[in-house]
Design a protein around this ligand. Structure first.
Ligand SMILES: *[C@@H]1O[C@H](CO)[C@@H](O)[C@H](O)[C@H]1NC(C)=O
Ligand SMILES: *[C@@H]1O[C@H](CO)[C@@H](O)[C@H](O)[C@H]1NC(C)=O
Ligand SMILES: *[C@@H]1O[C@H](CO)[C@@H](O)[C@H](O)[C@H]1NC(C)=O
Ligand SMILES: *[C@@H]1O[C@H](CO)[C@@H](O)[C@H](O)[C@H]1NC(C)=O
Ligand SMILES: *[C@@H]1O[C@H](CO)[C@@H](O)[C@H](O)[C@H]1NC(C)=O
Ligand SMILES: *[C@@H]1O[C@H](CO)[C@@H](O)[C@H](O)[C@H]1NC(C)=O
Ligand SMILES: *[C@@H]1O[C@H](CO)[C@@H](O)[C@H](O)[C@H]1NC(C)=O
Length: 567
């Protein structure tokens, strides 16, 4: 049942102007010149029509009604978002390759994000969503300090921002340091700006049939009212005091076994909250960010249009959300065949299509947006493939970002290099080389040398890690350690930035209020503006396009807002 394994590996990319890579293709028995360059797409919008704006901290006169804004920082000022990560095996290892030169720039992958919001946002999904929710916590609880001592089962947070609470979590096996803490549900709040952010581990798309009395959240699918109520009934303290660190405690579980130990935080509700100056019960969420957990926990063919629509409707019934952000499926080591790759592209097209045509009038959920994580990770994989020397020629501008037809040339190129795996004898799933390696691994018959000394690569060969050599020869790029999870220290700031940007499209300015009272025709117009804003957020954050240098300046807050939606 365990689809995701937790061992480690990692990479990065970005290609600077017209580097010609000469390659030998063993299939065509001819040389191909692969010309690659930085593709600064999605940037040709006139500044006046952009949905993304900045404000100087001191500029209070024009301060718009922003419910969510963000700031970008140098990692020297705000450290990368590792504070809340709870599974060591998913994180970048401490000794690690640098970013490939082409992407090693403060505006590409070496910035961090902080967010201020009064919204209530819930992240839903498997361990990959757990990583990104934990990364998001670092963006919204910047003064919280964590204390993660697995040996003594201590796992505590404290700080003046608000509390981070684990409602339910488990540790596998006898060596907690290796397993880490797998979270089933957690909450942070009040976050910077007063909002609440949560994470709910669901191993499939929630549907009515999936309702259970109790969900063994380690590897059981489904959802329960008990878990939902625990989120909604939770009380967050808002007295601005320093929140004392609370260690985890053993939780009673009817499903406890020697292989699994359950934990929870000492909950606020167990203490005396009545003498607090101000408390807030969660009650509902504004928005949910959900990634269908596949391919892996869910098979690609199970992720259907009907299932997605039912989930969106059910999430509204459970959490009263108005907005759902669907995260597209990224390549991972459960993509085994070319067919899987193409099926995954098709699922992502379907997700984009559902969001584009959401019936915003009759549904409980008013806005369905896409967070195009697949497009972002594809840019990383293609760039890193080139960095490793793969003959990857197709332009990233060709990859679909709308639900239009998928260009065949682009779709066919993926399996040519992504399915090239490093063989790890003790691993259940061999990771893709372009996903985890920083330099080409040692491969059996991988490299042959032409008479003049040029190296020729054949992607049909299987590669092995040369354990006698320096580990850095393959392992530990800055993208993924295991071919499944992502190094959120590197990609988390863009993920968090894109969520803040997408939510701003709906909640900043008067868009949301105008929408509520608008006529059918005006609703459609507002939706068009929101979709334009969504596209810009994805183009700027779910990509390797450098962010504006001005956004990295001190005192600059960035926010998105639907154009022409206020009138
Ligand atoms: C990111 O930038 C900082 C300087 O601000 C530098 O020390 C660090 O090495 C850079 N990190 C990467 C991964 O390039
Ligand atoms: C973190 O844990 C260590 C060891 O358990 C302890 O000495 C230290 O005081 C703790 N720090 C915080 C901030 O709780
Ligand atoms: C677990 O359950 C037992 C028996 O019901 C009870 O005595 C104990 O206090 C419970 N422990 C916790 C941490 O709730
Ligand atoms: C609330 O009451 C409890 C129990 O009397 C006490 O320990 C705690 O310090 C009080 N908190 C505040 C903010 O006064
Ligand atoms: C909780 O705090 C209130 C207000 O300070 C106090 O009246 C009450 O006795 C406290 N309850 C407990 C159980 O400490
Ligand atoms: C080796 O030969 C190939 C094919 O003629 C050529 O493209 C390549 O540039 C040569 N490499 C070097 C280092 O001369
Ligand atoms: C593995 O690495 C060692 C040390 O760099 C080297 O001596 C050896 O030849 C390599 N083995 C293979 C199969 O490349």
């Amino acid at each position: 049942m365990t689809m995701l394994h937790t061992r480690a590996l990692s990479i990065v990319l970005f290609l600077v102007s017209f580097v010609a890579i000469v390659f030998y293709s063993s299939h065509e028995k001819s040389l191909t010149i692969c010309t690659t360059h930085v593709e600064h797409v999605h940037r040709d919008r006139e500044p006046s029509t952009s949905s993304i704006h900045t404000i100087d901290e001191h500029d209070t006169v024009n301060h718009p009604q922003n419910r969510i804004s963000f700031r970008l920082h140098s990692p020297d000022v705000i450290s990368p978002p590792f504070q809340f990560l709870s599974v060591p095996g998913y994180t970048c290892p401490p000794s690690i390759a640098p970013l490939p030169p082409a992407v090693d720039h403060p505006t590409i992958l070496n910035f961090t994000t902080t967010i201020e919001t009064d919204l209530k946002v819930l992240f839903v999904g498997d361990s990959i969503m757990q990583q990104f929710a934990q990364s998001f916590y670092s963006s919204v609880l910047i003064h919280a300090s964590a204390n993660t001592s697995f040996g003594s089962k201590q796992y505590v947070w404290g700080g003046k921002d608000g509390r981070h609470v684990i409602l339910r979590a488990f540790i596998n096996g006898a060596i907690p340091e290796l397993s880490g803490l797998h979270v089933c549900s957690s909450l942070s709040g009040p976050v910077q700006g007063g909002g609440i952010v949560g994470y709910y581990r669901l191993l499939d798309l929630p549907n009515r049939e999936g309702r259970r009395q109790y969900v063994y959240c380690k590897n059981e699918k489904g959802w329960s009212w008990g878990d939902v109520r625990e989120f909604l009934d939770f009380t967050v303290e808002e007295d601005g005091e320093v929140v004392p660190a609370k260690p985890l405690v053993r939780a009673n579980s009817t499903h406890d076994s020697p292989q699994t130990t359950w934990y929870k935080s000492q909950l606020t509700s167990e203490g005396n909250t009545t003498n607090r100056s101000k408390t807030q019960t969660v009650g509902s969420f504004n928005a949910i960010v959900i990634r269908p957990p596949g391919p892996g926990w869910m098979k690609l063919h199970e992720i259907t249009r009907e299932r997605i629509i039912e989930s969106i409707q059910l999430l509204h019934e459970l959490f009263a959300v108005e907005t759902v952000i669907l995260t597209t499926l990224a390549f991972n080591n459960n993509v085994v065949t070319s067919r899987d790759w193409k099926d995954m592209l098709a699922v992502n097209q379907m997700i984009r299509e559902v969001a584009a045509h959401w019936d915003n009038v009759v549904s409980g959920v008013k806005f369905v947006l896409v967070q195009d994580f697949a497009a972002f990770t594809n840019e990383i994989l293609w760039m890193n493939g080139r960095h490793l020397g793969y003959n990857v020629c197709s332009s990233l501008t060709m990859q679909p970002r709308t639900y239009d037809t998928i260009p065949a040339e682009w779709a066919n190129e993926g399996p040519m290099f992504l399915l090239h795996r490093i063989a790890m004898r003790e691993w259940k799933f061999n990771p893709s080389i372009p996903m985890v390696c920083n330099t080409p691994p040692v491969c059996v018959s991988f490299a042959t040398t032409l008479p003049n000394g040029t190296t020729v690569k054949d992607i049909n060969e299987l590669c092995v890690m040369n354990i006698t050599a320096d580990k850095s020869q393959c392992f530990f790029n800055r993208f993924s350690r295991d071919g499944m999870h992502w190094c959120v220290e590197t990609v988390g700031p863009r993920f968090s930035g894109s969520v803040a940007c997408l939510l701003g499209c709906v909640y900043n300015g008067a868009t949301y209020e105008k929408y509520e009272s608008a006529s059918y025709t005006d609703k459609t117009k507002i939706m068009e503006g929101v979709k334009e804003c969504e596209e810009e957020c994805n183009g700027r954050f779910m990509s390797l396009v450098p962010v504006d240098e001005g956004w990295l300046k001190n005192n600059i807050a960035v926010y998105s807002k639907c154009n022409h939606c206020d009138v």
